[in-house]
Design a protein around this ligand. Structure first.
Ligand code: PA5
Length: 445
């Protein structure tokens, strides 16, 4: 079976191979840290061997729960924020039919998302949409106390109990949370919900290959075994330093570019199904590296769409960017451009060609233009959009992130900065315990 590949040729015209190899020692140390559960944040290294350590019993259990929800629900609302939703959303969007999103077919519920914002209109419209639907809930929160999902869960739980009855609702709610601690664990135990555990040593943004991602992905009808299998293969090939280690190469090149003043990395895709993969990647790298006044800013564009909005900036704006392009080798479907007798649009020169051929020519043309315009380019090729390739890609990005964070000299597994807005929000909301902070923040208004 084909594997994902990395090509750094168009980065090496901006930063020499010698400069990249200056990061060998730091990268090897990072890999050793991850292999030996050492270094900053090592108590959050549980994701490193998560895929290979996932038992067939757990996979079967998750598939059975997914099957039950698939049978009983038209819609399953996945409630969570940050690492508790982005991985599932990324994989489901990448693998599902783009136009199936809101139309349920028997035996195949649609997965909707809530608790990833505090938009009142969003919540109202979701509740209205679900008013005459058979729905279930997967509520995901490692801490069990995050405000956004807690609000959504309170509303949707009440709605589900009203629509389905309190007893039936208990069988339609699944909680994924800490094994022992937190409000969600306590509620799940009291109500007797089916639950899955987020291990203490797996941080939110590294949790997609745990039940956090696996259950929603299975509910959407995708093969979680193949996803895990792809990740297991990459666990092996990224275990040791060397040329075969894609994650190490990626981590070293992006750090070498950063050291040369390339402060922004744009993750580029040419397939709209990868939009949320980029959102997941942005959280992974942004939360892991953006600290202590350091870190590459992770951005993303969907091409060719955004060539008509961001293309000008990328081609000619400040030269502080580099691109990492996700290239899908083979589409899953075929669509050929027809010939037209009148040819008023002048497209007959590509009649008979597949759309993917045109997309690939756009991709190559854009790469050459951007490289000539001063934008270094890393290319990651994915054989096709399927579970196996996505499992590989997810793991390579996770491993690359761990290595890269260690090269940068930060703890890639904490996120102290995330607390600042929460403290202010709680003070403004006058949450019990925040009395002093409330007084202080009101002086600033
Ligand atoms: O990466 C992280 O740890 C965070 O972004 C969390 O995923 C996010 O804040 C959600 O937290 P929780 O699952 O505790 O509700």
């Amino acid at each position: 079976m084909k594997s994902i590949e990395i090509n750094i040729k168009d980065a090496l015209s901006f930063v020499s191979a010698e400069r990249v190899s200056e990061f060998n020692v730091a990268a090897s140390k990072g890999i050793a840290n991850l292999n030996e559960t050492k270094g900053a944040g090592s108590d959050f290294h549980g994701w490193v061997n998560l895929a290979s350590e996932t038992t067939q019993e757990l996979v079967a259990d998750i598939n059975a729960t997914a099957q039950r929800l698939r049978k009983e629900c038209e819609y399953v609302v996945c409630i969570g924020i940050g690492g508790s939703y982005l991985g599932a959303k990324a994989v489901i969007e990448a693998l599902s039919n783009a136009f199936d999103a809101y139309t349920a077919t028997p035996g195949c519920p649609k997965v909707l998302f809530a608790g990833q914002n505090i938009g009142e209109d969003y919540m109202h419209e979701l509740q209205t949409f679900l008013a005459d639907k058979r729905f279930g809930i997967i509520v995901i929160s490692k801490s069990g106390t995050t405000t956004e999902p807690a609000i959504a869960f309170r509303l949707l739980k009440e709605q589900l109990e009203r629509q389905a009855g309190k007893d039936a609702a208990k069988n339609l709610i699944v909680a994924i949370t800490d094994e022992k601690r937190g409000a969600l664990r306590q509620l799940a135990n009291e109500e007797g919900y089916t639950t899955y555990v987020i291990a203490d040593n797996v941080g939110g943004r590294f949790s997609v290959l745990s039940p956090v991602g696996l259950l929603p992905i299975a509910v959407a009808g995708h093969d979680i075994n193949a996803l895990l299998q792809g990740a297991v293969e990459m666990e092996k090939t990224t275990k040791n330093p060397g040329e075969e280690n894609i994650a190490e190469t990626y981590a070293k090149v992006r750090n070498a570019l950063y050291a040369e003043g390339k402060k922004i990395e744009i993750l580029v895709n040419y397939n709209p199904k990868l939009h949320f993969l980029a959102e997941w990647w942005k959280q992974l790298y942004g939360e892991s590296e953006g600290k202590e006044g350091k870190g590459i800013f992770p951005a993303s564009v969907d091409l060719t769409t955004d060539l008509h909005s961001m293309g000008q900036w990328i081609q000619e704006g400040e030269r502080t960017i580099f691109e990492t392009v996700l290239s899908v080798e083979e589409p899953n479907h075929e669509c050929v451009i027809p010939s037209d007798v009148a040819n008023l649009d002048g497209l007959n020169y590509i009649a008979g060609k597949r759309i993917d051929y045109v997309n690939k020519m756009a991709e190559i043309g854009t790469r050459i233009a951007h490289v000539e315009g001063g934008v270094p380019n890393i290319q990651i090729t994915i054989p096709r959009l399927d579970e196996h390739s996505l499992g590989q890609l997810i793991y390579v990005f996770e491993k690359g992130c761990g290595i890269s964070g260690y090269i940068l000299g930060v703890n890639p597994f904490d996120q102290p900065g995330v607390e600042a807005y929460k403290k202010n929000m709680f003070a403004l909301l006058e949450k019990p315990g925040y009395e002093e902070a409330s007084k202080a923040i009101k002086q600033k208004l």
